[in-house]
Design a protein around this ligand. Structure first.
Ligand code: NDP
Length: 267
């Protein structure tokens, strides 16, 4: 995008409108039927993108697209079925066009003391939050690399930043995602494909409520180390995702952006 920074001295709004806009972009957001994914879809659609959301359950996806408007579409897809991910990408590209933005948002959590976590528990979390994220990223990045254009976003977690008890598998999966971002940024940069993570703090979604509702001590600890003294809203992640996917972030790759009200630096 060629931008003349001096062109709009009287009214600089058009520059901002352009540089953060996603007009004409095709965005795939996994787990977009609820929570953070839903709000990323809303923000990206408002920024001008055509958005495809996925998830395992059709009903929330249908309700979400009904609310999000005509530029948001859904496809039922379980990211853990790795052999169907190439087909998902092919279907999107034939129906809507090539994918410009991938947001690996779908994820699951499990709260259990480490000594009670079975191999099956551990594998299930790693399979959804890490193996599927890699498989889908590879499937989408193949085309992005060939086209020499694309932006990929991972949704990490504070669990990859510091030691939160009783989420050993989840923390391992999100730490893996953080490592993957650095490796893929170094491999993909020469193809003009950027990859970054957003590390949400404690964001009010059903996942967060499940983890906190029966554990007021955990909720108070999370809040007490958050300098802004409040939980985040899913839209806080949505706007950060728009920024990282836009031309405004064209020199940002391999980064992990905390969107956490200061939680990661709280004392
Ligand atoms: P939710 O549980 O509200 O939403 C998760 C979404 O992922 C759902 O739409 C779900 O749809 C979908 N999903 C789950 N498993 C699969 C699967 N196998 N295939 C496809 N879709 C799937 O969680 P959040 O919105 O809170 O979390 C979104 C992301 O943000 C996750 O990666 C999470 O780890 C991360 N995060 C959240 C934080 C928070 O405080 N809320 C903090 C840090 C990170 P369905 O069930 O229909 O498949």
């Amino acid at each position: 995008m060629n931008i003349n920074y001096h062109k709009n001295e009287e009214n600089h709004n058009p520059i901002f409108a352009n540089i953060f806009a996603l007009d004409g972009k095709i965005a795939l957001i996994t787990g977009g039927g609820s929570g953070i994914g839903y709000e990323i879809a809303d923000c990206m659609a408002m920024a001008g993108a055509t958005v495809i959301i996925t998830g395992r359950r059709e009903l929330p996806l249908k309700e979400a697209t009904g609310k999000l408007g005509k530029n948001v579409h859904y496809i039922v897809n379980d990211v853990t079925e790795l052999d169907k991910l190439e087909g998902l990408v092919a279907e999107i590209e034939s129906r809507f066009g090539t994918i410009d933005i991938l947001v690996n948002n779908a994820g699951i959590n499990m709260k259990k003391p480490a000594l009670e976590v079975t191999d099956e528990d551990f594998s299930r979390i790693i399979h959804t939050n890490l193996s599927a994220v890699f498989a889908l990223t590879r499937a989408v990045a193949n085309g992005m690399v060939a086209r020499q254009s694309g932006a990929i976003l991972m949704i990490s977690s504070m669990a990859a930043y510091y030691g939160i008890d009783r989420v050993v598998a989840y923390a391992a999966s999100k730490s893996g995602v953080e490592g993957m971002v650095k490796v893929l940024a170094s491999e993909f940069s020469k193809f003009n494909v950027r990859i970054n993570a957003i590390a949400p703090g404690f964001i009010e979604t059903s996942m967060m409520k499940t983890a906190m509702s029966s554990d007021p001590d955990r909720m108070n600890r999370a809040l007490n180390r958050t300098p802004m003294a409040k939980f985040g809203k899913p839209k806080d992640i949505g706007w950060a995702a728009v920024f990282l996917a836009s031309e405004g972030a064209s020199y940002i790759t391999g980064a992990s952006l905390p969107v956490d009200g200061g939680n990661s630096i709280g004392f």
